[in-house]
Design a binder for this molecule. Structure first.
Ligand code: NAG
Ligand code: NAG
Ligand code: NAG
Ligand code: NAG
Ligand code: NAG
Ligand code: NAG
Ligand code: NAG
Ligand code: NAG
Length: 488
């Protein structure tokens, strides 16, 4: 009884434009002031060592703050704390990271566009998968290691709040598997592995999912999923169940996941993806009776340190002061976590932008997008304010996406204006210094924010700006908690 994987053709959605610099100018009333004004103004600046902006080569893993709770260690895929050596041999450069980051944001915008709904369901034998960036999922992202099957096999997965389905490559790789660090999961070796049949309610979930997952039924009536990403990245295989082991005491039987038989992409040695989206297929939804749809994470400030991903309340975040902002309602895509940005402060002053401009803006918080995206008018005002406070440093040429770059090679320490974001509920979130500047060499360090090319596109609060924050997703409570000092 051979089961063949249906061929799902991936057609490419062409994104109109990579034009990133908006010409939309907004006249800010703000008056800049020099660094020399008053001593107290120093409170509005970070004094940073230049070398702290550059990648380190040694892992400085902290173990503090980890309680008995279901806590996993989060590491940067390419950093010295990651054991994915395959990936380390193939570290993308800044240009690649930024262009892959744009692919991911294009996908987010596509999924939120009106016609993307039609792509959820496999209507004909030929499906159109939206282009996403598997590459971006595989770039500059954070991974955790979980156990799958009985006896459990460790698998390192990219964690992603922007999608729901969890999948891993599976033997016998009927189609193809890309190279991964750990042995590829073999269902035969797990006594708890189960196929899901096509006419089951579990399989039906795939079609109602809005996260770009598609369903097919094989001849032998085994449920088949397909999920596509950009750059021809995809995973297609059996929708299955097995035991997921988060920690020795947190073992979840019958966890539904994709057992990928045909996988292609730049997942950089990771075994697959852990879906932490808001919709029903995600880990969050599947574990709701155990963790009440609550999880939190902290992304480390540098690739040489570690953060955490914790399921349930009472983890590291319980000891920190969190401020909560409501998730906004948005019916367009139930997988994403929508939040409302209400203001931005640069160097001690709020940008003077009409409230209505922020009001009209919907944004998501996303673990997989690197650079925060803002509507053109807001980005433009942020850039203007930032440049005014950085006049002591020579500007230099830009990078893809990033148009405000400085040559800091003459300075060992620099003063950069502090930046805070405000979320609905007057929640102020200070951005960590390495979340303000992004670069690969001290002669080209750039303001780490970008404008969307279309004012109606959703904003994205990206992972570069979430560093060291404790970010708590109280999905059941409909709110997002944000606090400082979640990790270092
Ligand atoms: C390692 O991390 C600790 C705590 O954050 C810090 O005090 C220490 O200086 C770090 N060591 C190195 C070598 O970076
Ligand atoms: C980055 O990598 C790409 C692909 O390998 C290469 O074409 C490009 O020249 C590199 N850019 C830099 C700045 O090294
Ligand atoms: C799993 O077991 C079946 C039946 O014994 C065998 O035909 C198949 O090749 C095995 N698959 C793998 C990936 O080991
Ligand atoms: C699951 O389905 C595949 C494909 O038909 C089959 O080879 C495998 O034996 C099945 N596994 C179980 C546990 O039923
Ligand atoms: C698929 O099902 C059809 C109709 O039941 C049958 O004729 C065909 O042989 C099956 N193909 C495979 C590969 O099992
Ligand atoms: C913003 O909202 C206001 C009031 O609802 C509306 O008049 C205006 O057209 C909106 N602007 C954009 C760019 O959507
Ligand atoms: C940074 O270096 C430039 C050029 O050497 C110098 O003019 C400037 O004063 C330095 N700035 C700081 C804050 O040290
Ligand atoms: C911006 O997006 C809106 C809604 O998706 C679309 O109607 C409009 O044509 C876009 N504008 C540009 C300049 O692409």
């Amino acid at each position: 009884m051979a089961t063949s994987i249906p061929s799902i053709s991936i057609t490419f959605f062409l994104f109109a434009s990579y034009q990133l610099v908006s010409l939309f100018l907004l006249f800010s009333l703000e008056k800049g002031y020099g660094l020399h004004d008053e001593k107290t103004r120093l409170n509005d600046y970070h004094t940073i060592q230049i070398r702290s902006l550059l990648p380190a080569s040694v892992c400085n893993s902290s173990t503090n703050g980890h309680s008995k709770k279901a806590t996993l260690k989060v590491v940067h895929k390419h950093g010295p704390c990651s054991h994915l050596s395959l990936d380390k041999a193939n570290v993308p450069n800044v240009t690649q990271i930024l262009s892959e980051d744009q692919s991911r944001v294009n996908l987010i915008h596509f999924r939120l566009s009106s016609d993307s709904a039609q792509n959820n369901i496999l209507k004909s034998s030929k499906a159109t998968l939206p282009v996403n960036s598997g590459a971006s999922i595989g770039t500059s992202n954070f991974v955790v290691t979980v156990g799958l099957g009985t006896p459990k096999k460790d698998l390192t997965l990219v964690f992603d709040t922007g999608s729901d389905l969890t999948w891993t490559q599976c033997q016998p790789c009927l189609g193809s598997c890309y190279q991964q660090e750990e042995p590829i999961f073999n269902p035969n070796e797990s006594t708890t592995y189960k196929n899901i049949s096509c006419n089951s309610a579990e399989c039906t979930q795939l079609t109602s999912d809005a996260g770009g997952v598609m369903k097919r039924c094989s001849n032998s009536s085994i449920c088949i999923y397909g999920i596509g990403y950009a750059d021809q990245s995809y995973s297609i295989g059996f929708f299955s169940k097995d035991t997921l082991t988060l920690t020795p005491t947190d073992v979840l039987p019958n966890f539904q996941f994709g057992c990928g038989q045909s996988n292609h992409g730049l997942f950089g040695g990771a075994a697959g993806l852990l879906g932490l989206g808001r919709n029903q297929l995600s880990v969050v939804s599947q574990t709701s009776s155990m963790y009440q749809k609550y999880f939190s994470y902290c992304l480390p400030s540098a690739s040489s340190s570690t953060g955490h991903l914790t399921f349930g309340k009472g983890g590291p975040s319980s000891a920190l002061k969190l401020n909560f902002t409501p998730f906004s309602r948005n019916s367009k895509n139930p997988s994403f976590y929508f939040v409302h940005i209400t203001g931005i402060k640069v160097g001690g002053r709020k940008l003077s932008i009409a409230k209505s401009v922020f009001k009209n803006t919907t944004s998501i918080i996303d673990s997989g997008t690197v650079i925060t995206r803002l509507p053109p008018a807001i980005y433009s005002a942020l850039r203007t304010a930032f440049r005014r406070k950085m006049t002591n440093y020579p500007m230099t040429k830009g990078l893809p996406l990033l148009d405000t770059c400085y040559d800091l090679s003459n300075n060992k320490t620099v003063l950069i204006p502090k930046i805070s974001f405000y979320f609905q509920g007057n929640v102020e979130v200070p951005i960590y210094p390495t979340g303000i500047l992004f670069g690969h060499s001290i002669s080209q360090v750039c303001l780490a924010f970008a404008g969307n090319s279309n004012a109606s596109d959703v904003g994205v609060f990206g992972n570069n700006q979430q560093k060291t924050l404790e970010v708590a997703y109280d999905v059941a409570g409909g709110k997002l908690g944000l606090g400082t000092g979640g990790c270092s």
